[in-house]
Write a protein that binds this ligand. Structure first.
Ligand SMILES: [Zn+2]
Length: 300
């Protein structure tokens, strides 16, 4: 995979590592579609590889084979349990870091969804970050910098993964061909191209449908059947909701530009779309069908 936007970061991390100046805490931020998890995987593999060269793992040594099999004993992955990462999971990091490495090289901890750490967990992590064990690196992966305590951030090297539109477009053209770029919704993914690699997004026909349904909703002419189909798709994959609201916002701006909405109508629609976005993101177990139907009725 040719994630060109990783390159500069990997080169500078490699340089710091070779000069024995690499930070022991590294926080990696991305918008959910720039490959922040893949980046953490590549960096872990690089740090564990016995023969890493030019900012990448060799992929042939014993460490790389264990890494590929997901059984490297010097890698610890911490994930949320029931939506949050608690203090016990974080406390387990200290003994892991302090025991010597099984392969005699580095150890790596990856904390996925680091923003879901409870306050107590984040405080426990502080201690580990303040007294880093030699050869142990802690990688925090998060979509949002704002939800991590400043005390944690101040003890980490911060890496923002950002994809320019040009890089993202080239990446998508490489992987999916021109047919994808011809789709009217493709530009929404230029700056989050890795989203199209996630299972729920692999179904481009569904994205086609969501896009055309958005246009029909904005035009006030969506059919009952299409509304039901849209609700079904969004119910199965709430991750599509962000794309749905992105498409609606964009088309609403187009309608304003074409003077088909006046500014007041436009503002009302934008706040309806934002409300839907916030409600769906923040209320678990919400009745999507009800919310969406009410949204459609208000847009008309
Ligand atoms: Zn290797």
């Amino acid at each position: 995979m040719n994630n060109t936007w990783f390159d500069d970061h990997l080169i500078s991390l490699d340089k710091a590592f070779r000069n024995e100046r690499l930070h022991h805490g590294i926080a990696i931020f991305g918008n959910g579609g720039v490959g922040e998890v893949e980046f953490a995987q590549m960096l872990s593999n690089y740090l564990l590889c016995e023969n890493s060269k030019a900012a990448s793992a060799c992929k042939h040594c014993k460490a790389c084979n264990l890494f590929a099999a997901g059984t490297h004993p010097d890698k610890l992955e911490v994930m949320p349990n029931n939506g949050s990462i608690g203090i016990e999971a974080i406390r387990a990091i200290t003994p892991f870091c302090q025991t010597s490495s099984a392969l005699g090289y580095n150890k790596v901890v990856v904390i996925r969804h680091a923003d879901s750490m409870t306050l107590a967990a984040a405080n426990a992590l502080l201690k580990t970050l303040e007294e880093p064990a030699e050869n142990c690196y802690i990688l925090l992966v998060s979509q949002s910098k704002n939800t991590l305590p400043a005390t944690v951030l101040s003890r980490c090297l911060l890496l923002d993964l950002i994809v320019t539109k040009d890089h993202g477009r080239a990446f998508l053209a490489d992987h999916f061909g021109q047919a994808l770029l011809d789709k009217p919704w493709s530009e929404f993914f230029y700056q989050q191209p890795m989203r199209l690699y996630q299972d729920e997004f692999a179904n481009f026909e569904q994205i086609d449908f969501i896009y055309s349904a958005c246009l029909s909703i904005c035009e006030g002419r969506i059919t009952v059947q299409d509304t039901e189909k849209l609700i079904d798709i969004l119910k199965q994959n709430l991750d599509y909701m962000a794309s749905f609201t992105d498409f609606c916002l964009s088309y609403t701006s187009t309608m304003l530009g074409a003077k088909r909405l006046d500014f007041i109508e436009y503002s009302i629609r934008v706040s309806l779309i934002r409300d839907l976005e916030v409600t769906v993101a923040n209320i678990t177990g919400i009745n999507i069908a009800l919310q969406l139907q009410s949204f459609i009725n208000q847009i008309k």
